[in-house]
Design a protein around this ligand. Sequence first.
Ligand SMILES: [Cu+2]
Length: 437
Amino acid sequence: MFKLVRKTSIAMNVWVQVIIVSLLVLILGVLVLIYIQNFSSNVDVESDIQTISVDVKEFKFTPSEIQIKPGKVKFVVTNSGVGPHEFLVYESGKMTTPIVAIKNIASGQTRESDVVEMEAGGYEIGCHLPGHFETGMKGSIMVGASASQHSEKVMSYEEMDKAHEAGVKAFPAKTEGIGGQIIEPKIVDRVKVFELTAKSIKWEVSPGKFADSYAYNEQVPGPEIRVKQGDKVKVVLKNDLPESTSIHFHGVDLPFSQDGVPFISQPPIRPGETYEYEFTIVDVPGTFMYHSHHNAEQQVDKGLFGTFIVEGEKNWDVEFTLVTGDGSHGYTLNGKGFPATAPIVVKKDQKVLVRILNDGQMLHPMHLHGVDFQVVAQDGKSVTPYTRDTLTVAPGERYDILFTASKEGVWPFHCHVLSHVESEHGMHGMVTAVIVQ
Ligand SMILES: [Cu+2]
């Protein structure tokens, strides 16, 4: 009995050892498997993530049009601007539920998003700090099976030259619609009556690029109103917009009741309504503006602005009006972006007056090649003339400049904030030329 027990316990010991060793081998095997699987899936994930670098600044994203493949995406966003910005990615039309939201990116900071899974389809990007989206901080992401990593590849110098040449050769490019055409008043009981209708239109900013716009008489800028000191003037506004509006005659000396600010000096002009402004011109000759003073950030941006000129004696041969714009239409002169901007065509030795008005939201240092000019008036009041070749025009300001076209040639006349005028794709935006023949 004793012997038997001993034998059994020896046999049991061997079995226990076999089981322990087997278990150890099994555990080791499982560990190796887990390790291999983990390691290989890490590599997979790593090679699967598309990293998209985006530069943000006032007021654009670079690139603004992104093409990627469906799958895992990480955004690396650098703020090279001066103020804080945010970077939101959302499915088209679902602005309120972004799939990526990097907020409060300070100037100089680079921030990474979490890795997100993006299925094929259209997405939008935007900075929704007040005014930023509207001013151009927006773009799109196309997620598609055939897309390459980035749409904006590096251009060769030959491609860059070609793009620049094409732009210059296209100038002045034809587009639908001309803004700022002089409107003839109806004379009723010795009152000059100007009729304006505000409505939504598609405005062709540059060849093939149409923008959702609001316009007076289907023009951006609206028709140019010209009056004389002492004139009795009536401006009749019909509102065919989907929202209320008003007109403020910027800088014009008129009674409080005609100042055009809803809930301060008048009720808002609601959709479908017609409203009349009536006043007598007391200002001395000069350059003024008119624009919406209701939801103005959007309404003026979309095109509800125009030039209001009090005419006087002319000591120049020809004159032109140049209104700067910098909102949802991109960078524009008289509602058009280069190469669709209109040139200033003059004969040699003509005395040329240019009225420059800024109804946008940014500063534009306007620079003329070839000859200096004299600043003869600011905000509709004459000043002691001073000579410049570059003149910064701030929002709301108007300047009258005078020069003699003493040299034949094609002299660029452009804003000198370079992002408003020229990129690797050539000249765009706020560029025109004085063509002296
Ligand atoms: Cu500019």
